[in-house]
Design a protein around this ligand. Sequence first.
Ligand code: GAP
Length: 454
Amino acid sequence: MNFMDEIVALCKRRGFIYPGSDIYGGLANTWDYGPYGVQLKKNILDDWWKTFIEDRDDMMGLDSGILMNPKVWEASGHLGNFSDPLMDCKSCKNRVRADHLIEKSTGKLADGMSNEELFEAIIKENIKCPYCGKSEWTKPRDFQMMFKTYQGVLEDTASEIYLRPETAQGIFVNFKNILDSTRARIPFGVGQYGKSFRNEITPGNFIFRTREFEQLEIEYFVHPDEVDEKFDEWIESFKIWFHSLGVSASKLRLRWHSKEELSHYSSKTVDFEYEYPFGWGELMGIAHRGDYDLSRHMQFSSVKMQYKDPVTNEAYIPHTVEPALGLTRTLLIVLLEAYEQEDLGDGSSRTVLHLPAKLAPIQVAVFPLQKKLNDKGAKELYGQLKSHFRAEYDDSGAIGKRYRRQDEIGTPFCITFDFDSIEDESVTVRCRDTMEQERVKVEDLIAYLNKSLS
Ligand code: GAP
């Protein structure tokens, strides 16, 4: 089994992530988050929210709708620009992305090439269909990546709407509402998390690229003269945050977008890339969106998007620095970093997730040595711990097996309540990472765990 397959298998076995619609044979590239997966995802989200919104005086949150007026997507440029160049193999009828095919076949970047140029390159290089080996291509055509649906009972063009492809636009269209209803002063930012949808042509690599995913996005509004300084500050803030999630520096790198590669709204973008088992790929992007979005919404809605500085009286359209991140993609790297198949040196091995304590779905597991200890203090202890930590009680099977199960879900500490615990009011605390065990007085346990989990 390769590394990624091991992660996928663990996720299903231990209730992190299941294939979507599993009992019906699945729906390609859809995934459901099980009890431990949804908790892990929430813990990452909460940490992002606390770090970048709650703990900062210059940030606030928003929760805007997935369904928006279609004019939003006209103004944002998504209706015109958010498409992939696709072409069909006339022989086997498979559809492929022209630029990706060129990049795979020649190793050269094809970003920014027109459909005409892509077609010329494919003919010149005699690039063959990866499915049937023939080279009988239709010309590339643009394929809109936004999911379309209908609002109301009529399925006509007047009732067409889209599922949002990014959470960002909800922030831009609420910019004026936020200015009018809060004490926001530039520079300030608005953060939003939530589902986004893209009809990706090449989803895959587990939860790396899916058609339904979750984003954590920030739009940081600044005076045009301040953009570069704030842009660099956001890079540093995210480096620190990724480190706190257990991501090793050697697996992260920054990659600046070339001019040809920049999105339609961006004048400068840097990606944080991660070294996945399938190679380096994007984890997040930080983009300088300039005044593109606010200006376009001002133009399309006729609502003024200007900010008037209360001290200098200068009126201007703020520029935006956008740190945009996938929550589900972040969860993938957290799992990849935490996973270890550890050789125990005695011919046996264990699977363990070394999750940071702040992210672990369960922080403390409580085991009575035998079921008959449930009512002799073990359950009571569990009740006390549960009000302080994410805790789980497990009284079935051999203790060794219970440890292995908690190792696989990344629980930092297991506590065993045994027959001596009734007399000496102490329990055995076992550490996930070192596997060392220590006897701790029950009265000291909460302080001990608080210290060890921080
Ligand atoms: N508002 C800007 C924006 O949406 P993006 O680079 O297209 O920029 C931001 O998306 C982040 O969202 C990406 O860096 C990635 O982490 C995540 N993301 C984008 N498409 C995704 C997909 N199909 N599946 C999972 N995550 C995705």
